[in-house]
Design a protein around this ligand. Structure first.
Ligand SMILES: Nc1ncnc2c1ncn2[C@@H]1O[C@H](COP(=O)(O)OP(=O)(O)OP(=O)(O)O)[C@@H](O)[C@H]1O
Length: 631
């Protein structure tokens, strides 16, 4: 069954892990584990928020602790006020005392309002800083990761979760944790008051929240699991949407009449996703409310008991007011406690994916003591028994490949589609490491060098080169960041690649924006873009030049001109290029033919023609096609 999302069934696997024991012990165990994990997650969150803004973090913590005490103090002051009013009515108290207490009450209300305002400001600002800080961390970590990470779909999901879901989570987690602390303070102080009335009532108040708490944590983890399962669905939805809304796809979408089909699929995927989400959200809230009814009932019981005690004269009117607000506060704080905790639990699960992403170590790193590259690299390259299999692939992409490129030599790599040519280049640039054998540069295994330093000695143009949404000068200058402003060098590179003439004809020359994402840019043809990408590769004065099908989009004349210039460009550099055009391949000093990952033939054009093998066959096939047309 195809799994691309373009065809086939639309379904989301059930997020409940099957076979999970459901008895109370197992549930308590899960609760303990998740509580433990959540609590352990807190220091990490504090570190993240601290990194984002120490001032805001301190402000939030302080204002939270302060606001935790205010309900209890407010309730107590209200009791004092009532008692002093009753005393004054009965002629036992003074007006001065009442004024004193109301004055204190005013101060308390003002302080509460200020604390709330500070909390809100700090929370909003911290959220902004946090989003920026996490996106920055995700970006800079992604910049360090290997190509292999980006080429796997699971890691793609991880990256998506980390960059889109995670930024809001730490502040949310901190807020949940702090509201937990705040409600904890309110709860404890109120429970202390209740214990003074009746320890039994205090116990009821303590036990009541547990069922609601368990149900919340269960649904919290389900929501997270659902989000995990939904991530690939959302990715497919994004892809379908981009097929219809992006300029590069629009042509085919229209020509093949795919618009309605893709839109319909998008909608069906979205509906499946929505139905699941709705089921979970409704169930979570209904069940949650049912359980929290226990807590509500306990609160009302307490209220009734205290009212009856006041009727019997065992409590003052002030006590009644105090205990009524205590009962309400306990009830709300009970709710607050479990929503706070389940919120933390859920956020922590999301944050785990962020930590998992940030904890992914690149496999290709510099050795502890990297060997410095010599000032002048000769460019002597040896592939010794090099084998390579892509992760999860059944067949090796390269199988015991042995060949040598002498310093300054120009080598062409040929072979049928999928023979392993591009893979060879990826290994040479150390975008992947061989699974067997080794690659030597000037006699040293390339793994002994710092990969960044090694790559700085290589100019390369890949088959799927990038078309940057920037000016012509930027598109070329990015090949050597340090010379981004060096117009002379940029123009010289453009000349070498044959791109200069077109760029000079653009309305603003080298300052013309290419591509149409931002400014009013110019659209280049496929071949013109390829020349710009080539110019970018030529920006670097590197001893090794690698070109993967550099002329695939060029017209015959442009190709001929490029190769005449390439001879001059390649002089003094080791050059390796891949091409399917035998007219250009034959000019190389050495030709290497790959077949199903194995090195099948190597030699000069003449040698390989004399050999009469695969190369000679392919060459003759292409030449014959040209000749046929000529006849
Ligand atoms: N990122 C990847 N993950 C898994 N397999 C890959 C990946 N890239 C390439 N392959 C597989 O490795 C083999 C060699 O691919 P490679 O791109 O090196 O071929 P090529 O000779 O450059 O082909 P072409 O002439 O079509 O550009 C192919 O069978 C391909 O399916």
């Amino acid at each position: 069954m195809p799994d691309s999302g373009l065809t086939g069934p639309i379904e989301i696997p059930d997020p409940t892990p099957s076979g999970e024991p459901k008895d109370l012990r197992a549930r308590l165990h899960r609760l303990r584990t998740s509580a433990g994990g959540t609590v352990r997650g807190l220091p990490k969150v504090l570190r993240l928020t601290w990194q984002a803004s120490p001032v805001m973090t301190v402000l939030i913590v302080l204002s939270t602790v302060a606001s935790g005490l205010t309900p209890t103090i407010t309730a107590y002051v209200a009791k004092l006020l009532l008692d002093s009013v009753v005393a004054a009515v009965q002629g036992r108290g003074s007006i001065g005392r009442i004024v004193e207490i109301t004055g204190f009450q005013l101060a308390l209300f003002t302080a509460t309002a200020i604390t709330t305002a500070i909390t809100n400001v700090a929370q909003n600002l911290l959220q902004e800083r946090m989003t920026l800080s996490i996106r920055h961390q995700v970006m800079s970590h992604a910049a360090k990761l290997d190509l292999a990470f980006f080429e796997g779909s699971e890691s793609y999901d991880l990256l998506r979760q980390a960059s889109q879901e995670a930024p809001a989570r730490p502040v949310s987690m901190l807020t949940s944790a702090l509201s937990l602390v705040r409600t904890g303070i309110t709860f404890a102080s109120m429970v202390a008051l209740l214990i003074a009335v009746s320890p039994l009532l205090a116990l009821i108040a303590l036990l009541a929240p547990i069922p609601a708490f368990i149900s919340q944590s269960k649904y919290g983890s389900r929501a997270f699991m659902l989000a995990l399962y939904i991530s690939p669905i959302r990715r497919r939805m994004d892809y379908l949407s981009s097929l219809v809304t992006t300029d590069t796809y629009a042509k085919e979408t229209k020509l093949f009449g795919l618009g309605n089909y893709l839109t319909d699929r998008f909608l069906r995927l979205g509906q499946t996703y929505y139905a699941r989400e709705r089921k979970l959200t409704t169930k979570r809230n209904l069940v949650g409310t049912a359980w929290s009814f226990l807590s509500t009932a306990a609160g009302s019981g307490i209220a009734l008991y205290i009212a009856l005690e006041a009727v019997h004269g065992r409590l003052t009117i002030g006590d009644l007011a105090l205990y009524t607000s205590a009962a309400t506060a306990v009830q709300t704080s009970v709710q607050g406690l479990f929503t706070g905790f389940s919120g933390m639990y859920e956020n922590n699960l999301y944050l785990d994916t962020l930590y998992q992403f940030l904890g992914t170590r690149p496999a290709i790193t510099a050795p502890a003591q990297p060997r410095p590259l010599p000032e002048k690299v000769r460019g002597h390259i040896q592939f010794q028994d090099v084998s390579f299999s892509y992760p999860g692939a059944d067949e090796p992409a390269l199988d015991s490949v042995n060949f040598e490129i002498r310093p300054g030599e120009t080598v062409a790599v040929v072979g049928r589609n999928g023979a392993g040519k591009s893979t060879l280049i990826k290994l040479l640039c150390r975008l992947y490491d061989p699974t067997g054998g080794r690659i030597l540069l000037d006699g040293v295994d390339v793994r002994e060098f710092d990969p960044d330093e090694l790559r700085a000695r290589i100019s390369a143009m890949f088959q799927d080169y990038v078309t940057y949404q920037g000016t012509a000068a930027e598109n070329i200058g990015l090949g050597q960041l340090s010379d981004l402003d060096d117009r002379e060098r940029i123009a010289a590179s453009a000349h070498r690649a044959g791109a200069a003439e077109r760029i000079e004809r653009l309305p603003k020359g080298y300052d013309s924006p290419l591509g149409r994402w931002f400014d009013q840019g110019v659209s280049l043809s496929g071949g013109e873009w390829q020349k710009v990408a080539l110019a970018r590769a030529f920006m670097r004065d590197a001893p090794i030049l690698i070109l993967d099908e550099p002329t695939s989009a060029l017209d015959a004349q442009a190709e001929h001109e490029l190769f005449s210039r390439l001879r001059a460009l390649a002089s003094g550099r080791t050059t390796l290029y891949i091409s399917h055009r035998f007219s250009t391949v034959r000019q190389a000093e050495k030709i290497v033919l790959l077949d199903h990952g194995k090195l099948a033939e190597q030699g000069t054009h003449e040698e390989l023609m004399r050999l009469g093998g695969d190369y000679a066959d392919l060459f003759t096939l292409q030449a014959a096609a040209y000749l046929d047309e000529g006849e």
